[in-house]
Design a protein around this ligand. Structure first.
Ligand code: GAR
Length: 187
């Protein structure tokens, strides 16, 4: 059976792009909807390029607690967060138990929690002088970055890597592992 995926993204959407491309060649999933809270997000262009429906959330709409009805009406089976900066409300968590995943650009539980996203994470890793970073793919619960871990992958850092170089190394891992991890959860 092919699962309908909704991807939630707030920004550039390079992970969304990797997932869309991956599932063009897989019967396990079909990217049926892109959801964003940012009307200027580049992920909207990506949805249009691939002729995938998109939904721009209004301020406060997610928090009203009825967006799960939209997902259910669109026959969404599985929710993928890819750089989505808002908290997932209880109604969606209840409608999709163990069917919402997130990717975090560090090795949780390190560098997680509110405010720890994108560049902030990599700058903190750099400031700490860590010799490795990585990705964490995890189920989503009511707390930022605290759901059950599904997969982690590590990458070595050179002392000369700045935050941007760390970001690029981590993003390469994200693009490689996020689509196939989602596929394995669907199969
Ligand atoms: C990714 O690095 C993702 O791990 C991160 O935002 C970036 C989105 O990039 N997510 C978080 O920091 C969540 N706490 P993208 O828009 O190019 O996919």
């Amino acid at each position: 059976m092919t699962s309908n995926l909704a991807i939630f993204a707030s920004g550039g959407g390079s992970n969304a792009e990797a997932i869309i491309e991956y599932f063009k060649n897989s019967d396990l999933g079909n990217v049926a909807l892109i959801v964003t809270n940012n009307e200027n997000a580049k992920v909207i262009d990506r949805a249009q390029n691939h002729e995938i429906p998109f939904y721009i959330l209004e301020a406060g709409e997610l928090e009203e607690g009825e967006f799960s009805d939209v997902l259910i009406a669109m026959e969404i089976d599985f929710v993928v967060l890819a750089g989505f900066l808002k908290k997932i409300p209880q109604d969606i968590l209840a409608a999709y138990p163990q069917k919402i995943v997130n990717i975090h650009p560090a090795l949780l539980p390190n560098y997680g929690g509110k405010g720890m996203y994108g560049k902030n994470v990599h700058e903190a890793v750099k400031a700490a002088g860590d010799t490795e970073s990585g990705i964490t793919i995890h189920y989503v619960n009511e707390n930022y970055d605290e759901g059950q871990v599904i997969v982690q992958q590590k990458v070595s850092l050179a002392p000369t890597d700045d935050a941007l170089e760390i970001a690029n190394k981590v993003l390469a891992l994200e693009h490689e592992f996020y689509p196939k991890t989602i596929a394995s959860l669907l199969s």
